[in-house]
Design a protein around this ligand. Structure first.
Ligand code: FAD
Length: 418
């Protein structure tokens, strides 16, 4: 009798759970329909570009269409869809966020906003900032009012970042900063910087560092763009000559900035290796095969005619697919808030290596047409291919080089001794 009662209760709870699932699925379907309509009405055609390289992003995101798209999305918190509503974020649940990403991918919508505010300092402040700091900075990241750059690297401190020498001296309510940063991406467009500075020169190198944020719009800060091998200048040298950071803009504790800085790097690696959601509909044509067939032709079975090129394309595509599936699996398996861990170094290492080998392959498949810098005899695609190949030389360097990622994986993921 008691057993029968228990079975009934169990059955009732299963039915209830199923009903809840159905209701959630229904809500999600309604959310999808509303999202689709909203995107159709609000995402400008000029922002339906699929993707832009980070070097081009600074220009693309300064266009009128980009600003319109950002402002419309920010008004409903969708520049930061999963961030808490109390700071102006979208407050979307994980499933709703996925639906939004899928619907954006369907129409090839670029994210309404990008940059280091959303990808790096925002998540770090949400996790490690004070409530007062969150309230002061997060809403401006969401609206795009604050554009951020990263002041980590110095001429003598790249991979060995803890050797940094830029000095900050606390004077009353202000830090007075002197020194130099280098490779500061987007410094010429930014109005805020997050920086690692030395606040105790006598302490062991990892222990005398603090993490501060400072305004770029002040007389003590000078930026000088550096030209890259691909022809553009997305990054700068940044000089501090008695620049000021407010004491209230010290993130974390004084001289304990190394742990804040390292956490931010995990968010950076997470952002640079995140896979894009697949849009529903026809599978995309393999971009390498398209190039290979255009230059090497097709055989009688419709395959890439050149056997060696076919093998290279197959190898690249299989590795990209394996990375994409592994990333999706890890994201789905992650029961936590999705905050990144040391394993992001694996994705940074493999993802950046594949980006580089992919653009190298496209250039190689074009033969000599994949090496042209400027000529009216060659197509825009061919010229872009050369620049893309040169640009992607940088992906295995920024955010920590491949060798540095391998060191992190050895120590933090595999637990090998120093
Ligand atoms: C496009 C681009 C954008 C960037 N944007 C920014 C930015 O916005 N802000 C910022 O602060 N920095 C930025 N950087 C700098 C970037 O983080 C550094 O270039 C990177 O950390 C490497 O430092 P480094 O250039 O001083 O090279 P180094 O550290 O001098 O390294 C030289 C070589 O030695 C190897 N090496 C060094 N140490 C080890 C080791 N322990 N074990 C094995 N090999 C090692 C490296 O892997 C590399 O191959 C950017 C870089 C690029 C290319």
């Amino acid at each position: 009798m008691q057993l029968k009662g228990l079975a009934t209760l169990k059955l009732q709870s299963i039915i209830r759970a199923e009903k809840n699932n159905e209701a959630e699925a229904m809500d999600l379907n309604t959310f999808r329909e509303e999202t689709r309509d909203w995107l159709e009405d609000n995402c400008p055609q000029d922002m339906r570009l699929g993707a832009v390289h980070f070097e081009d992003a600074y220009e693309v995101y300064r266009s009128d269409a980009a600003i319109q798209w950002r402002d419309r999305a920010a008004a409903r918190g969708w520049t930061a869809p999963a961030w808490p509503t109390q700071y102006g974020g979208g407050g979307l649940a994980k499933e709703q966020h996925q639906v939004l990403a899928q619907e954006m991918a369907r129409i090839k919508a670029l994210p309404p906003a990008t940059g280091m505010g959303l990808a790096m300092i925002g998540p770090t402040l949400l996790e490690m900032g004070t409530e007062e700091q969150r309230q002061r900075h997060i809403p401006k990241i969401i609206t795009g009012e604050a554009q951020w750059c990263q002041g980590y690297s110095e001429p003598g401190a790249g991979s060995d970042l803890a050797s940094l020498q830029t000095k900050a001296v606390l004077d009353g309510d202000e830090f007075v900063i002197n020194g130099q940063k280098i490779w500061t991406s987007g410094a010429q467009y930014a109005n805020w910087m997050f920086a690692l500075v030395r606040t105790d020169p006598s302490a062991p190198k990892h222990e005398g560092i603090s993490f501060v944020v400072l305004s770029m719009d002040q007389p003590g800060v000078t930026v000088k763009p550096i030209k890259l091998i691909s022809g553009s200048s997305p990054f700068c040298e940044t000089f501090f000559d008695n620049a000021i950071a407010k004491r209230e803009d010290l993130i974390g504790e004084m001289n304990k900035g190394w742990s804040v800085g390292k956490r931010l790097l995990q968010y950076e690696r997470n952002a640079t290796t995140r896979t894009k959601p697949k849009s529903a509909g026809k599978p995309k044509l393999n971009p390498y095969a398209l190039v290979a067939k255009a230059y090497a032709g097709e055989d009688s079975q419709g395959r890439i005619a050149d056997e060696a090129a076919r093998a290279d394309v197959l190898g690249q595509v299989m590795q990209e697919k394996a990375l994409s599936l592994t990333t999706q699996r890890v994201v789905e398996e992650s029961k936590s808030s999705g905050a990144p861990g040391a394993a992001t170094s694996i994705f940074k290492l493999v993802g950046s290596s594949l980006s580089k080998s992919g653009s190298e392959l496209k250039s190689r498949l074009r033969g000599t047409s994949g090496l042209v810098w400027e000529s009216s005899d060659f197509s825009a695609d061919e010229l872009e291919s050369t620049r893309g190949w040169l640009r992607d030389r940088a992906v295995t360097i920024y955010g920590g080089t491949n060798e540095v990622q391998q060191n992190i994986i050895a120590k933090r993921v595999l637990g090998l001794p120093d």
